[in-house]
Design a protein around this ligand. Structure first.
Ligand SMILES: Cc1ncc(COP(=O)(O)O)c(C=O)c1O
Length: 377
């Protein structure tokens, strides 16, 4: 349903001339020098033919250096780093590699739509643990009681799309302790690692006992605002990387040769660049949250990511799917109903997600439309 709703909403955005705050992609490209590095790689003939299966050596080294620089985590670029076609392929390859049919996967819902699809493709059984409004904290008792002898892994995403929740060190430590106690693997989707406004991003792989059992996933699409390049990566212990690579080989084999060279350079950008990601987005978050509140939404201000989840009940609505189908024609704005990210549709029925990775004038335009529509403009 996730993919269907994104396509439907994007088509509606075009048909109605709406401001599209639905799908999560920035409307401004990443740094020019990174784009130039990609162009130079193409023109100079670097990466135009199949790159090496695990990814080009300079990019694997840059990924390892990034993990060291930000988290103090040491990875061997030859045996513990794998370049993938975006985080999406990393998630798919990891689940296909690590699950046997019938294995159970505990995942926090609402979840990024590929999780359910890929668990199903791998023949796994997803066992959702629901993050509930208003705080969307992981319920550790619920995680504990979700564990059975068939549980193989915990799939988590922090900072979390679509709720914007950032799991705390204490929460992650408790999840890690359960993983160790029950000998579970963890797949950690950390694509929003550099978009945190409150708290800190703690890679669960950095916690005691987790180095050997965590597959960490991230993506240049988010950090450098080049979502179309689809350069993602996995960092994990050698046996896990080897297993993921064995599947990746038959999904895409390799991808994005010249972009890999560009991202190798991008990852080496100074700390000021990384700091600027959050600083820029924080202002956008505040702008959108304030405007949505003024328009009458209940707003759950996100601690991270570039999404904000709202509740539409104060506006007199109760069905997010219907609300999002009507909003483009009525108000000229596109949003995504959170229900599509839940197994338990009731839990997310009244929630609607807006993306704020857009230019300030685009956000202001969307808000003016929403406030006018809501009768407050
Ligand atoms: C939680 C999460 N994981 C993974 C992805 C996909 O990343 P990529 O574009 O690198 O495949 C997204 C993109 O929206 C996401 O929100």
């Amino acid at each position: 349903m996730g993919e269907t709703i994104f396509a439907e909403m994007s088509a509606l955005a075009v048909a109605t001339g709406s401001v599209n705050l639905g799908q999560g992609f920035p409307d401004t490209d990443g740094p020019r020098e990174v784009a130039e590095a990609a162009a130079a790689a193409i023109l100079e003939g670097r990466g135009n033919q199949y790159p090496p299966g695990p990814g080009i050596a300079p990019l694997r080294q840059a990924i390892a250096d990034h993990q060291q620089r930000f988290y103090g985590l040491g990875f061997d670029p030859d045996r513990e780093v794998l370049v993938t076609a975006g985080a999406t392929e990393a998630i798919a390859a990891a689940l296909l590699a690590l699950l046997e049919p019938g294995d159970e996967v505990i995942a926090f819902e609402p979840y990024y739509d590929s999780y359910a699809a890929c668990v199903a493709l791998a023949g796994g059984v997803r066992v959702p643990v629901t993050l509930r409004a208003p705080d969307f904290r992981p319920d550790l008792d619920a995680v504990r009681s979700a564990i059975t002898p068939r549980t193989r892994l915990i799939l988590l995403n922090s900072p979390h799309n679509p709720t914007g929740s950032v799991f705390t060190r204490a929460e992650l430590t408790a999840i890690a302790a359960l993983a160790c106690e029950h000998d579970l693997l963890v797949i950690a989707d950390e694509v929003y690692e550099h978009m945190v406004y409150e708290g800190e991003h703690v890679p669960i792989g950095s916690l005691p006992g987790m180095r050997e059992r965590t597959v960490s996933i991230s993506s240049a699409g988010k950090t450098f605002s080049f979502t179309g390049w689809k350069i993602g990566w996995v960092t994990a212990a050698p046996a896990l990387v080897e297993a993921v690579r064995a599947v990746k080989q038959f999904l895409t084999f390799v991808s994005g040769g010249p972009f890999q060279y560009a991202i190798a350079e991008a990852l080496r950008m100074p700390d000021a660049y990384y700091a600027s990601i959050g600083e820029r987005l924080r202002g956008k978050r505040d702008l959108l949250c304030a405007g949505l509140s003024r328009a009458g939404f209940e707003v759950y201000s996100p601690q991270g990511t570039y999404f904000v989840t709202t509740d539409i009940r104060p506006l007199g609505d109760a069905d997010g799917v219907e609300f999002c189908r009507n909003l483009p024609r009525q108000a000229g704005v596109v949003a995504i109903p959170n229900a599509v990210f839940y197994d338990d549709r009731e839990a997310g029925r009244t929630q609607v997600r807006f993306a704020f990775c857009k230019r300030d004038e685009v956000l202001a335009d969307a808000l003016a439309r929403l406030e006018k529509w809501a009768g407050r403009g």
